[in-house]
Design a protein around this ligand. Structure first.
Ligand code: TPP
Ligand code: DXP
Ligand code: MG
Length: 639
């Protein structure tokens, strides 16, 4: 790492020779494989942008110039070149974030990790430069996958309209999101990729053309003068230029010299310009290149030599869903699946293999996925849209106005719900149960174990006149949590050992084992507890209020924001039913949570059995005190 360790900031790149730059690129790849194999992280995307990042930081002057990354997962090389080379705790508590982070560096302008936002940011920053008469440059790097998101096109529509507002858009085209990028845009990029376009034609022939005079001028200048007509003659430039954006490319994204030349021209252009760079995801690392599924998009800890995972985790929630979808698909020909560019991560790859004609990858387009699902349902099918909980945030209006208002039978399967931890604030699935509470008719299931995932998915796809949601956690699924009996639609998981129970503990989803542990701890303090799993947390089960009435305190525990979540809904249902039992809701505080392991985050926010048991014990003793105090106060009066 002779060169890399000497790079403290982007300007240290300026003095390196072309040979040294190539050596630096090699060192960076070695560093990435070595570091990320120890911690896990986004290996494939970063291996693909090594030369591009070097070139960007040589041509532009960050942080004066703003370099933005969409989605943000490929910013590791940028981190390495901007003074952050300690990757030993990548994505861990106290270590580097897996995404751009303002707290880490002045070179990180935005903190992003939800895709397709960067062109909007760039548009705003470029407009601010114009209004404030600043000459800083704005550069937005966007992948071919992120470019499938509708927000990117809303931004392009604005960007293209201002011909004199400088903005450099680098399209990092590696032909893949996780899997190969799909759709008309992907096809168009493929055409541009293989076309010997105008730029390339001119660049290749420049020497000859400059030496060839035509009517007193070199042919090169003559051709430049002819511009558009000539371009169309050589190769249609397609939609970027038709939109009004200057197109430069395609450029070999692993050739630093070619990249610098293209970026320098783009920087001088004085208007919006697209620089189309061709890169290879997983470049230089055989295990990644051989991984057809996702080119090591995001790995756990791996053996650096083989790329094999260090430990294979047991059955996970996603896998349970994946298998049940295949079973359902065999039973019902009307069930179809939708993914927003995450076929494998959400477990729909098995369904796709079994029923290739019944799965739709819509690109990184959650809003469109929801509306398209409404169309599929109206057309007579039952769509299951499997998506990470945090990414459904994007499609709230579509769930409300298209799916729910139209009473469409669409099932949303929310993977990675609750605290996910290491991906930081943006990836925790902690808002779904709040935002979805307000959707009329929507029913939401939070299965507590694998059996319940299967059972509740089946119940969900039976619903034909409303949206249904099934949400589950990230990672390994725990052992089955048996029910003792059913009250209404709810499972009683633990009966109180007393005639007059103290606490009704309402457990949400995967937190069932923790709630049983809380009940055991309370038992040791003489507090008797019923633990109930409502299974369907929206609407609140009608049997809950009568059950609550038999207890002295209701406690809800959920891995969702405390604001507007299940606890709030239960409190409202009890009020509506005229049940006056004190309620204490435990959930995630309404703040953005720093990256750390799931366990560390849960401990930090007090979502652990000992923490909750301590607080409930305090609450019950305070109630006891109040009861005794009011008895004492009343007694003298009676005398
Ligand atoms: C709104 C949203 N949906 C889904 C994702 C998950 N996701 C992260 S990266 C990625 C693929 C990005 O592809 P591309 O932009 O081409 O970048 P590459 O990894 O190929 O470099 C997806 C789907 C996300 N981050 N944000
Ligand atoms: C950048 C992004 O949004 C995804 O790549 C995400 O980080 C993957 O998360 P999982 O590792 O939980 O699949
Ligand atoms: Mg890509």
């Amino acid at each position: 790492m002779a060169l890399l360790t000497r790079i403290r900031g982007p300007r240290d790149l300026d003095r390196l020779s072309p040979e040294q730059l190539d050596q630096l690129a090699d060192e960076i790849r070695t560093f990435l494989v070595d570091a990320v194999s120890k911690t896990g992280g986004h290996l494939g995307p970063n291996l693909g942008v090594v030369e591009l990042t070097i070139a960007l930081h040589r041509v532009f002057d960050s942080p004066k110039d703003k370099v933005l990354w969409d989605t943000g997962h490929q910013s590791y090389v940028h981190k390495l070149l901007t003074g952050r080379q300690d990757f030993s705790k990548l994505k861990m508590k106290g270590g580097l974030s897996g995404y751009p982070s303002q707290a880490e560096s002045e070179h990180d302008v935005i903190e992003n990790s939800h895709a397709s936002t960067v062109l909007g940011w760039a548009d705003g920053l470029a407009k601010a430069n114009e209004v404030l008469r600043k000459d800083d440059h704005v550069v937005a790097v966007i992948g071919d996958g992120a470019l499938t998101g509708g927000m990117a096109w809303e931004a392009l529509n604005n960007i293209a309209a201002a011909k004199d507002r400088p903005l450099v858009i680098v399209v990092n085209d590696n032909e893949r999101s996780y899997a190969p990028t799909i759709g008309g845009l992907a096809n168009h990029l493929a055409t541009l990729r293989t076309t010997d376009g105008y730029e390339r034609f001119l660049a290749r022939g420049k020497d000859i053309l400059e030496r060839t005079p035509v009517v007193g001028k070199p042919l090169y200048e003559t051709l430049h003068g002819a511009k558009k007509g000539l371009k169309d003659f050589i190769a249609p430039q397609g939609m970027f230029e038709d939109l009004g954006l200057k197109y430069v490319g395609p450029i070999d994204g692993h050739d630093i010299e070619a990249l610098e030349s293209a970026l320098t021209r783009a920087k001088r252009f004085g208007g919006p310009v697209i620089v189309h760079c061709l890169t290879e995801k997983g470049r230089g690392y055989q295990p990644a290149l051989q991984d057809e599924a996702d080119r090591f998009h995001a790995v756990g800890k791996i053996h650096p030599d083989t790329g094999l995972p260090i430990s294979s985790s047991g059955a996970d929630w996603t896998g349970v869903f994946a298998d049940e979808m295949v079973a359902l698909g065999k039973e019902r020909a009307d069930i179809v699946a939708i993914t927003a560019a995450m076929l494998q991560p959400v477990g729909l790859d098995k369904f796709a293999k079994a029923f290739p004609d019944r799965v739709f990858d819509v690109g990184i387009a959650e809003q469109h996925a929801a509306v398209s699902a409404a169309g599929l349902a109206t057309g007579g099918l039952h769509p299951v849209f499997a998506v990470y909980a945090t990414f459904l945030n994007r499609a709230f209006d579509q769930v409300l106005m298209d799916v729910a208002l139209h009473k469409c039978g669409v099932t949303f399967v929310l993977d990675r719900a609750g605290v996910t931890g290491t991906d930081g604030a943006s990836h925790n699935g902690m808002w779904d149960m709040s935002i979805l509470q307000v959707v009329p008719g929507l029913r939401l299931a939070a299965p507590r174990d694998a059996d319940q995932v299967r059972a509740q998915l089946r119940e969900a796809v039976e619903v034909t006149d409303a949206p249904t949601v099934v949400r589950f956690s990230k990672g390994a699924v725990g052992p089955a949590v048996p029910a003792l009996r059913r009250v209404g639609g709810m499972d009683v998981l633990r009966e109180p050992g007393a005639d007059r129970p103290d606490v009704l503990l309402v457990s949400v989803g995967a937190l069932a084992p923790m709630c049983l542990e809380i009940a055991d701890l309370l038992d040791r303090h003489g507090i008797s507890t019923t633990v109930v799993d409502p299974r369907w947390v929206k609407p609140v089960d009608e049997a809950l209020a009568p059950l609550a009435e038999q207890h002295r305190v209701v406690v809800t525990v959920e891995d969702n924001s405390r604001v507007g979540g299940v606890g709030s809904a239960v409190a409202q249902a009890l009020r509506d039913a005229g049940v006056d039992v004190p309620l204490r809701d435990f959930g995630i505080p309404p703040r953005f949570l720093d990256h750390a392991s799931r366990g560390e985050v849960m401990a930090e926010i007090g979502l652990t059995a000992p923490d909750i048991a301590r607080q409930v014990t305090g609450l019950v003793s305070r109630l006891d005190g109040r009861f005794e105090a009011s008895t004492q106060a009343v007694e003298p009066a009676r005398d």
